[in-house]
Design a protein around this ligand. Structure first.
Ligand SMILES: [Fe+2]
Length: 185
């Protein structure tokens, strides 16, 4: 096992720390050790006017780490969560996180929280239904860790509660090799 640096100061260190995580170390411990300037993430950002983008920094059988880039005003669908745990941390801007529950086949909003760059959101309920909105005056970016990786989710129609299944897709996938080179797909 490799020791986790007290402070993780670049993206490759973060990827290595997560990949080499020992069972006795929590994901929260690693995420709390992040001290990476936002400019270090910038080369991994991609932007689309049609939709927020999902950019994968690393994916294993146990977890995946994504950068999600939100243009001004962009919003996710209302969707659920096919994973055990998730940590969501804005690196830039501000996100509104709404959570919902199904009651008599209808969606009911149970909370709405504003997340800034000094906050983490944590999700563990396997049926957590939620929506993210970029509520900042310009672009926002979030760092999302899912343990285990998300393979699919259900989207809910806000008015009818009707459900549609979706498979994951990525806008960019990055691979860090042993020499520290980064390839993208
Ligand atoms: Fe989500």
């Amino acid at each position: 096992m490799e020791a986790i640096p007290t402070k993780i100061t670049n993206v490759q260190q973060l990827v290595e720390a997560l990949k080499n995580k020992d069972q006795g170390i929590s994901y929260l411990h690693i995420m709390s050790s992040i001290d990476i300037p936002e400019r270090e993430y910038e080369r991994f950002y991609t932007w689309k006017l049609s939709h927020y983008t999902r950019n994968c920094l690393v994916k294993t059988a146990d977890f995946e780490l994504l950068l999600i880039c939100w243009e001004k005003g962009q919003q996710s669908s209302i969707h659920d969560f096919d994973s055990r745990e998730a940590w969501i941390h804005p690196l830039r801007g501000r996100l509104t996180e709404e959570r919902f529950r199904l009651k008599d086949g209808r969606l009911e909003k149970v909370s709405s929280v504003l997340l800034g760059t000094s906050e983490f959101s944590y999700m563990t309920d396997p049926i957590a239904i939620h929506r993210y909105t970029n509520s900042y005056e310009s672009r926002s970016v979030s760092l999302n860790l899912y343990a285990q990786p998300i393979e699919k989710w259900n989207e809910y129609d806000e008015k009818t509660g009707k459900v549609v299944a979706k498979n994951v897709s990525y806008d960019a996938v990055y691979v860090f090799d042993e020499e520290g080179n980064i390839r993208s797909y």
